[in-house]
Design a protein around this ligand. Structure first.
Ligand SMILES: Cc1cc2nc3c(=O)[nH]c(=O)nc-3n(C[C@H](O)[C@H](O)[C@H](O)COP(=O)(O)OP(=O)(O)OC[C@H]3O[C@@H](n4cnc5c(N)ncnc54)[C@H](O)[C@@H]3O)c2cc1C
Length: 412
């Protein structure tokens, strides 16, 4: 971390057509903020960031900066890029610590928010600030979604989510924890009780399966379940993680921290094909996670994982293709296998409530402004897009907040 905000701000070229802004999914006005930092107007800088992205303090920590602001900074071509996200983290945290809202008259419609992940939190803040009576329903004990129950503490300290909880309460948002919407409290029930519009931001919490034999054995676990409460698992000393996204890196690094001595990531391609950020891969390597590339799982057995070797070939049409090599089966001995190959939505809402159109593996189908196939019900975040990023969930949620606002004013 740099030692002086101004020194870092002074290095910025304040580009007119800033590439960092162009690559920011939520269009953070970076040069404008850096100018304010140079003038020591940090409160204003914090306000601009919060108004543009109520979750800026969280995005500063978890965004894949190497593909966004940092990775596209012009200064990075020949030297050190500007660490804008570190400035964002300091200023946004300070802003949140001192944030107090004037009492807001809640004289607008009643809105239900289902799911308290980044999408739900962002919409709740925006609509509550506009005077809507917001109730947030969360199946888990605490708010935050993946931020709370997926991304490990060593990457994102959870006390910031507690601050968000207090902020929402401060804004007049009613929170109902441990409340699963769908089977008992249905969508119809919410409308009957006077909610004018309903927002669904329920994310993707069903693990994708490998479709191989042995996935139900006692030594196999899904990453999305494991990361929820790693300390309750007894994984043993030698652990294999299958996958190559951030969920796989998080699982491997968490397993190490929870006592596994030998953790390997098994992946069927090379490092360049991994969806995890380079930063996360490097961190995993530094912490001693092994990488076994060009291996694909065939079966999970009591003794470990049976795999086959793979190879990338160029086919007759000149396209790259991954093939499994015959007679290369081997046993990778281990105590536990963690499967981390992405997630799909759970169907508590769509199975128990009529009228929802879905696509693919159960993603909610929405129109351009986030409206689902049921009147008055809107959706965004991972349950619409599939597994993406926090900042994208917030960026879409902002747009959907506008359409809920418009829907309510047009349907008096
Ligand atoms: C392990 C892991 C690491 C990740 N790391 C990063 C990262 O470093 N950076 C990044 O930008 N993105 C990361 N992501 C992706 C990012 O977290 C998601 O894109 C983002 O959280 C999606 O937000 P969301 O609000 O749509 O859903 P979620 O965060 O999934 O929140 C949905 C909430 O809805 C609740 N819910 C579900 N069904 C119901 C129901 N029927 N009734 C009531 N509540 C319900 C859930 O309990 C959950 O709290 C990661 C994802 C995972 C799994």
């Amino acid at each position: 971390m740099f030692d002086n905000l101004n020194n870092e701000a002074n290095r910025c070229l304040l580009c007119k057509r800033a590439r960092c802004v162009q690559k920011c999914p939520i269009d953070t006005p970076i040069p404008e903020i850096i100018k304010l930092i140079r003038e020591d107007r940090l409160q204003e800088a914090g306000e601009i960031m919060f108004d543009n992205n109520p979750l800026s303090a969280l995005c500063a920590v978890v965004c894949p900066h190497e593909n966004q602001c940092k990775g596209n900074c012009i200064k990075g071509i020949k030297g050190e890029p500007i660490d804008f996200y570190k400035m964002e983290e300091i200023i946004s945290n300070e802003y949140l610590n001192n944030l107090e809202f004037e009492p807001i008259e809640q004289n607008k419609d009643r809105i239900a928010i289902v799911g308290s992940g980044p999408a739900g939190m962002a919409i709740a803040v925006i609509l509550a600030r506009r005077g809507y009576k917001v109730t947030m329903f969360e199946a888990n004990e605490k708010i935050g979604g993946v931020l709370r129950y997926g991304i490990p503490e060593f990457r994102l300290p959870k006390d910031i989510l507690d601050k968000f909880h207090d902020l929402l309460i401060n804004l007049g948002v009613k929170i109902r924890p441990n409340t699963l919407i769908g089977p008992v409290i249905t969508i119809d029930k919410l409308f009957d009780d006077g909610y004018k519009a309903i927002f669904i931001g329920t994310g993707v919490w069903n693990p994708k399966t490998l479709n191989i034999k042995g996935e139900s054995l006692g030594n196999a676990h899904y990453a999305i379940d494991y990361l929820k409460s790693p300390s309750v698992y007894s994984l043993g000393e030698k652990v294999v993680v299958i996958g190559a996204g951030n969920t796989a890196m998080d699982s491997a690094r968490t397993a190490k921290r929870n006592g596994a001595k030998d953790v390997s990531i098994i992946y069927r391609r090379d490092f360049d094909s991994m969806t995890a950020t380079k930063h996360e891969i490097e961190e995993a390597k530094d912490e001693g996670v092994n990488f076994e590339l060009f291996k694909t799982p065939v079966e999970i057995v009591d003794e470990g994982l049976i795999y086959k070797e793979t190879k990338i070939i160029i086919d007759d049409q000149g396209n790259e293709r991954l093939i499994e090599l015959e007679n290369t089966e081997g046993l990778f001995k281990c105590d536990s296998v963690i499967i981390a190959i992405s997630q799909t939505p759970k169907n508590n809402i769509t199975v128990n409530n009529k009228g929802f159109k879905t696509i693919g593996a159960g993603l909610l189908a929405v129109g351009e402004t986030g409206e689902t196939s049921r009147n008055g019900v809107f959706a965004s975040g991972d349950v619409v897009t599939g597994a993406k990023t926090v900042v994208e969930a917030v960026a879409h949620a902002k747009e959907v907040a506008e359409s809920i606002d418009q829907y309510c004013s047009e349907n008096k």
